[in-house]
Design a protein around this ligand. Structure first.
Ligand SMILES: Cc1cc2nc3c(=O)[nH]c(=O)nc-3n(C[C@H](O)[C@H](O)[C@H](O)COP(=O)(O)OP(=O)(O)OC[C@H]3O[C@@H](n4cnc5c(N)ncnc54)[C@H](O)[C@@H]3O)c2cc1C
Length: 490
């Protein structure tokens, strides 16, 4: 199932599928396995945010996802009565796409299959042991255990990650102190509960429309001692009636589950030859509706770095920059979600803060934009490791319209092969960066002052120079060396 040069990805959720595709695009040999016999039919998330769509666009597949559902230009930060206007964001996709997580996974799995990689369902990673040259993994399939040696192992195996535990990676944070329950059900009388929030006698009831059914989310104030005890329809019905203070009869349960508000972040995203991505690296309450999106962002950051490392052309420290960049993003995410949870909670002491916050969003220009870009990851900036204060530096490069060899194209289109990209845009002579970097002579009519742009495979800007703020070619050489190990003599 694998070999000594293989990268094994454990888990075929959003993180594992996206990572396997990114590794494959970059030329690495990949095995992706999942313990389930087939994809779970139960759908947790229902959205892709602006940052996810931007990333998928840079692989040429955003259209497949956008064809699946409606886009909405408002989102909630803390108060459903005061939605955030997403059109304020500096993004090519200033909206949220309504799409079932199960469909996201199917589309990613299809794309991965087109790239030549099939998921090995029914293969559970049981154990691992790493040394300086590789990782011995034990995989169980069909009742048989097999030991195999791979070059690298990435745990994309969800919040209870076996990889994280067996690699001894700490998972500090806060345990769950409150719980919620959700039910995908039908209402016997659809008029009994409106969509959105209903403030009942003893709690708030969220109702989200789904095709042919509704998702209802409630507080679970007195969960059983065993939090894994299944949630039954009678249990959920009792809670609903109690919180509403009246009966709203439910039927046809599809999925019932309990979730907590634990928030944890892996101490290391990279531990020797073992890495973590997605829920294996961070857990948080599902109320922010970002887990799938953060999993994709982790995968796109890690893919090109791990592939370059496995193929032997990564500069020193490249793989560790995955930890530096995404651990910091994870810390920011958890802090943002804690703030959101506090503001969105029932604590009446916080009512004046909630109100003040709402006033800031509504009345102070820029506040709503800041929060929308923070919550969706659109403002994510990685340390470029070179001096410079251009606003694009370290951030996702905008999807500029370009002309190359007389043909119209765009940054997103040129990034589809997931390779480093050097755009020579002005009259100033810039070097050819060598075989591992796609160098293009281009024109950008919308930004005539642009001289040069170096973009990482994940779309982030590694160097930018303009006629009004020309950057020394020495910093271009540093960027090429730092990210791609390309020696350039200038
Ligand atoms: C109720 C609920 C609602 C949510 N709503 C949203 C939302 O609206 N928007 C959003 O963005 N996020 C939402 N999330 C979060 C989102 O579902 C997760 O963050 C996301 O699935 C994480 O993706 P992942 O690939 O890291 O992990 P997972 O999707 O959990 O995938 C992990 C995979 O690893 C496999 N696996 C586990 N152990 C092993 C092993 N030992 N060997 C092999 N395979 C293994 C599992 O079978 C699974 O397929 C919600 C979560 C919950 C619980």
């Amino acid at each position: 199932m694998s070999g000594e040069g293989t990268i094994m990805v454990a888990g075929a959720g959003p993180a594992g599928l996206m990572l396997a595709a990114e590794l494959t695009l970059a030329g690495a040999e990949v095995t992706v396995l999942d313990g389930l016999p087939e994809r779970s039919p139960f759908c947790r998330g229902f959205n892709l945010n602006a940052r996810s769509l931007e990333l998928l666009d840079r692989r040429g597949i955003a259209g497949r996802f956008l064809a699946e559902g409606p886009t909405v230009t408002a989102s909630m930060f803390a108060d459903p009565a005061r939605p955030l206007d997403l059109t304020q964001m500096d993004s090519g996709h200033p909206y949220v796409l309504g799409i079932a997580q199960t469909r996201v996974e199917e589309l990613l799995e299809e794309w991965l299959a087109e790239l030549g990689v099939k998921v090995r369902w029914g293969h559970t990673l049981i154990d691992l042991e790493q040394d300086g040259d590789g990782v011995e993994v034990t995989v169980e399939s069909g009742g048989r255990r097999q030991r195999t040696r791979v070059a690298y192992l990435v745990g994309c195996d969800g919040s209870r990650s076996t990889v994280r535990k067996r690699a001894g990676i700490p998972f500090p944070g806060t345990p769950a102190t409150s719980y919620g329950v959700l039910a995908d059900v039908e209402l016997a009388d659809p008029a009994a509960l409106p969509f959105g929030v209903t403030h009942g006698e003893r709690g708030a009831v969220f109702v989200i429309p789904r095709p042919g059914y509704v998702r209802i989310v409630l507080d679970d104030p007195e969960p059983p001692a065993d939090r894994d005890e299944p949630v039954t329809l009678p249990y959920f019905q009792r809670l609903l009636d109690d919180q509403l203070g009246r009966r709203a009869e439910l039927r046809e349960p599809r999925w019932l589950t309990r979730f907590g508000d634990a928030a944890r972040l892996a101490g290391r995203y990279v531990s020797g030859r073992v890495m973590l991505a997605g829920d294996a690296a961070h857990i948080h309450p599902p109320t922010g509706a970002v887990g799938v999106n953060v999993a994709l962002a982790d995968a796109v950051n890690l893919g090109w770095k791990l592939a370059a490392t496995a193929l032997g052309h990564a500069p020193a420290g490249l793989l560790n920059s995955y930890h530096e960049e995404r651990h910091e993003a994870g810390e920011r995410l958890l802090a943002t979600l804690r703030a959101q949870a506090a503001l969105a909670g029932h604590d009446q002491d916080l009512a004046p803060v909630r109100d003040l916050f709402g006033q800031l969003v509504e009345r102070v220009p820029g506040v709503g934009k800041y929060l929308a870009e923070l919550a969706t990851g659109v403002s994510t900036r990685y340390d470029p490791k070179i001096p410079g204060d251009h606003p694009w530096l370290g951030r996702l490069a905008p999807d500029l319209e370009l002309t190359v060899d007389g043909r119209r194209t765009s940054v997103a289109e040129l990034l589809r092969p997931a390779r480093p990209l050097l755009l020579r845009l002005g009259d100033r002579p810039l070097p050819e960066a060598g075989g591992r970097v796609d160098t293009r002579d281009a024109r950008c009519p919308a930004w005539p002052g642009l001289e040069g742009l170096l973009i990482r495979p994940d779309g982030h800007t590694a160097w930018v120079s303009t006629t009004s703020d020309p950057q020394p070619t020495g910093t271009l050489a540093t960027a090429l060396g730092t990210w791609f190990g390309v020696p350039v003599t200038l």
